[in-house]
Write a protein that binds this ligand. Sequence first.
Ligand code: GLN
Ligand code: ZN
Length: 759
Amino acid sequence: MNTLKTSLLGYPRIGENREWKKALEAHWAKKISEEELLQQTEEIRLKHLQKQKDKGIDLIPVGDFTLYDHVLDTAVMFGLIPDRIQASGAKTSLETYFAMARGNKEAAASEMTKWFNTNYHYIVPEYSKGKMSLNENKPLQAYREAKDKLGIEGKPVIVGPYTFIKLAKGYEDKELPQFILELLPLYEQLLKELEQDGVKWVQIDEPILVTSITHDEMKTVEFIYKKLNEAAPDLSIMLQTYFDAVEWYEEVMKLPVQGIGLDFVHGGEKTLASLKAYGFPKDKVLAAGVIDGRNIWRADLKKKYDLIQTITAIVPNERLLVQPSSSLLHVPVNVRSESHLDSTVQSALAFADEKIEELVQLAESVNIGDQGKHLFAANETAIRTLAKSEARNRSAVREAVASITEKEAQRTSDFDVRNEKQQSKWDLPLLPTTTIGSFPQTKEVRKARLSYKKGEWSAEKYEGFIEAEIERWIKLQEELGLDVLVHGEFERTDMVEYFGEKLNGFAFTKNGWVQSYGSRCVKPPLIYGDVEFVEPMTVKESLFAQSLTDKPVKGMLTGPVTILNWSFVRDDIPRSEVTYQLALALRKEVEALEESGITMIQVDEPALREGLPLKKEAWDQYLNWAVASFKITTSSVEDTTQIHTHMCYCEFHDFIDPIRDLDADVISIETSRSHGELVSSFEDHAYHNDIGLGVYDIHSPRVPDVEEMVQMIQRGLSVLGPKQFWINPDCGLKTRGESETIDSLKNMVAATAKVRQSL
Ligand code: GLN
Ligand code: ZN
């Protein structure tokens, strides 16, 4: 009898206790040598492979492990090492590799950006004509290692050529054919070598196929795969897609590959509809992503079982694999350390290891054909208990969301009316200067928060410390001559966690880390229940700051969409509904601030853009509820209350409409790193409300000089009038040192004064 087999697309690198991160950072701090690093990471890698084998996974991915980032690995393997890095005096290939990722004394790092719609960041490959060669065959090395050391017949994983090209920069559209023609022979060579070594399956990742690519691009993909298939006819290619449904289903089905991996979770309905409508080719294997690789909740295995039954009616078991919807890179390792959580929440969690167990259970129950009743019992109970919990059934919250109307998302008056009232209320100079919210989180600040958390410091001592910090910075801001002040956010570890801890509906893991970029890991909060306001969260600090100065102090909170996008979110109700709950809770905070007399209030939404769906046709729907949520948060205030918002890392040229729709009185945005790109987008699109120009890059310790910022401001003034602009750094200053922060702000105020004189 043919049994249903299981497969994985990738496994977290970081290790159960972030051993991987620790090894890397020890090496960078020169505490361990290259040999030690390689040895320690080999141990981690082999342990992970052995674990997958022990848990019963049939087709285990190899080569998904990395010392920084798998896209960077691919670029280095193909020789795409920028000249400036090559000339920068790195002595070993590993030093060169890390220099690309992190920069060194001589050369700037390569750019880093988000991997599709995840919070994982990859290093952007830099194409350079005539430079590429196959330096090493990393997937082959990984295959041999697993086979020789563990007897595992692994499935090498590699970033697909079209995805790689589309993620790379350093070429113009017209050079694309050249890039492809240079790159293809290297992939062909790589695959040939795998074939010669007896590799059965290779997984070629092409997530780009789920984005809105054109039909012409699809033709290019056909050309590429024809070549690859011809190069290694005895090798089976698993063309792997994930994160959404493929854009060109019928065309993808016709590609000359031996297997196709589809996501039946994200974009799952569409994938299933296509499968039903167009079928699946009889000469191929379907790798069905049925367990969510992006979320941390246990799967409803009965539903997954039924899904598999639906699929097997079209693709029989012998041509089917079941797997997670994507690499497990995006979820934490296992729930073992989370016993501090409420048992209702804890029992409903599944991280990477638990997902593997779910997958194996699913396949097993399909194979024994008993609908897995007894196997699924634990999952079913956990899901049911959480569903019935008080936390998920707060009727007041549900009713409040259900009764939201247009009115809640609309300020009383139009911007012009508000603006006039606000101007006469504050009487600020032209080009008011301000900052984005946080000031340097020095060692002392972090130590104080930790001592308080551990119980070593009393609440009194801790609060006294925070107040002293606020006081010191209010004085400093006055001395610098800033027009609108902030309290500095010293009490916040993180802009999402801080609010999550104070709202109902959130939980926090001890060890739920996921890789964000390089060795940097984040521990997103869990939104597991209905979100509810409990008591004011920011009023005390803002009021204290305001009591020390006659200048206005901006209240400071994180917006609903950013809290959503930087958390693991419950999956039993739509994301839009969770965001509305957040919006209503934060609206109460805005009202509490206003009531206490804080009437300039900034609601940060740096993650608004990153929640955009991969497919353009789904953008409007997302933006509708995301923008509405921001407006629900901010619209109940008086005309004279000024709403600010802030966004960073945002490409604006195609995003002005949603920004306009937010109808914030002032939006501060990054301008400095995008080199005036933002300003030029305002040349093409009318924008009415006030804009805070981010006139210097806070991501670097460099102190920008006055003239540089004068130019940045003047560039802004060349497209919009002086009444519309505010002047600020391009993001919060918490990662900066104190003296560079003061020097930079001094120059920023001086630059503003200089421009004001010329007006
Ligand atoms: N108010 C926050 C800060 O200043 C904003 C951070 C952000 O945009 N990422 O740190
Ligand atoms: Zn920012």
